[in-house]
Design a protein around this ligand. Sequence first.
Ligand code: SF4
Length: 701
Amino acid sequence: MPNNVVAKSLCPYCGVGCGLEITADNRVRGDRDHPSSQGMLCVKGATILESIDKDRLLYPMVRESLSEPFRRASWDEALGRIASRLQQVRLSTGPDAICMYGSGQFTTEDYYVAQKLLKGCLGSNHFDGNSRLCMSSAVAGYVQSLGSDGPPACYDDLERTDCAFLIGTNTAECHPIVFNRLLRHRRQNPSMRLVVVDPRATITAQAADLHLPLQPGTDIDLLNGIAHLLVGWGQLDEDFIAHHTTGFAAFAETIRHYPPEVVARRCGITIEQLEACARLWAASKRVLSLWSMGINQSIEGTAKVRALINLHLLTGQIGHPGSGPFSLTGQPNAMGGREAGGLSHLLPGYRFIADPAHREAVEKAWKLPTGSIAPQPGRTVWEMILALEAREVEFFWIAATNPAVSLPDLDRTRRALARSPFTVYQDCYYPTETAQFAHILLPATQWSEKTGTMTNSERRVTLSPAFQQPVGEARDDWQIFAEVGRRLGLVEQFAFDTPASVFAEFAALTAGRPCEMTGISHERLRQNGPLQWPLSSGSPPSTASSRLYTDHRFATPDGRARFAAVHARGLAEPPDPDYPFILTNGRLYGHWHTQTRTGRIEKLRRLHPAPFIEIHPRDATQLDIHDGDWLEVRSRRGTARFAARITAAIAPGVLFVPMHWGSLWADEAEANALTHSEADPDSSQPELKACAVQLVKVAAS
Ligand code: SF4
């Protein structure tokens, strides 16, 4: 440990996964030894300590109904109520009436114990994580094209690529340290090219060598159009296609329908821009594709991911240094959640509930009778909302997430949450917008107070040790789940005494799986620093970067990657004469999700003091809108109000609002009051990125 450093930790915000050092005088700085971040931090990581003691939930609170005030309760009373209610619901209505909604803010240990409790011991597969809103299309796309989830590339590739192709990601604001590494690489290698595909001229796009401001919902047109040109120019890796892929003929037939003139018109770009982009793919030996919510949050998110992977298969650019498809994870441990089975169709170790052999392996490991795990995948979070509407849920447990702001179609979401007869809400902070729907509040420790692991976007697992005492009576999420399990009589299954023992049990379940972590333990992470999976117990721990599929043998049964023949479907809700604008939304540099943490940090509030709406000058002129005017945005589901920000950074006909402001932080400025719940059929990820709206000026500036 360097001088003056009392702890090494991990930034708990985003999937970049930056290493932190906490100094003896209680400051935070970047950890130069962390391979992912190399000593860098963005403003969120740099101010993280300020949030630790603000508005913390200090002890359990209970109430009988939503109309009553909370009263303080002991842990014994709160957990007793939870255990007896679970038992009662399980025996009277059955496990289908029990749902839990968790979070990429969980440690892997939290995720794992929650899976064991819900899917194993309670017999309910209705556990979903908020990664459903974030990465589930990437998961489905990887599985369908490559045979398994798991990003093939690593951050080392940021410094080895000839061409970084960024689509649907505002990396400069949302994954700043990844972007810093890319820009540093370009400064040192001026021939490297940066292509950005985004309807907005974001800070990321402004740094690009080529920016394609395509119309929302036309990503597949663009990707198929690039493939059309590459095939037409003969710029394909025939040897790779012949020996390592299947499905090329159907794919080639599909992309025939995407000639440049059609693609350029649909995407709202020029043929020259399209050809320039395809030429960069053709000329570069190493193309690294980065993407995030702009691709995933779509009714065709999985198809978009697959259309992007197609380009890598077409050119053989996968498994080599500097190339490959690389999803940038939103949350700090969305990856760990996937590994631990934290979506409603998954089990630990990249296993699937629908697979009888996978269920049997997990039941055996958990020492449960055969058949304990129900054979059908559970409800996704939106299906939980529908089930609440239908009064099919009798016990709803929400932890470390704020669905009363982050789910789509908020009016409907909130009405559904209010119907729950019994909701447990477990979080670090109080108040939040979701707390008003709870019957029991449980105080959780936050990152500085608990020991656990998280996996970042490049499959690197970091141990984050506790370096402070919990505030009030807060407990670790995994401890709460385990205690409930023990109160239900499952003493052997939940006999964990440390987070290290939880991780050891989880890691053993990954043996022989694509995400093998039998070579990773808390002890090894303490000794060696962050480690990437796969790492088996026989392998020496190495902090060197690793890639998947370096031998071009993929995780499919025949070892070949699969081309996808996918056509563009466009938006679920395109603009029309009644709702003539497309509203999109996204993050700002200094804020995180619904501001549960960043809204409590003064410096970040000053950085982004208020929500706004971006509108193109042409549209503003037509509607007599001036900077600062108050605009009411109306969709088929709700309304919200924002101050106008006129900028040519947004395309005509498109509007942008930040997604961070819930009712706790501003009046009527919620992006999700407007969004719809239509989702991708494979990933169930909602199309949060686009909906049709109308605009009314309600007050001049
Ligand atoms: Fe934290 Fe992400 Fe910023 Fe790194 S880039 S300091 S992980 S918020």
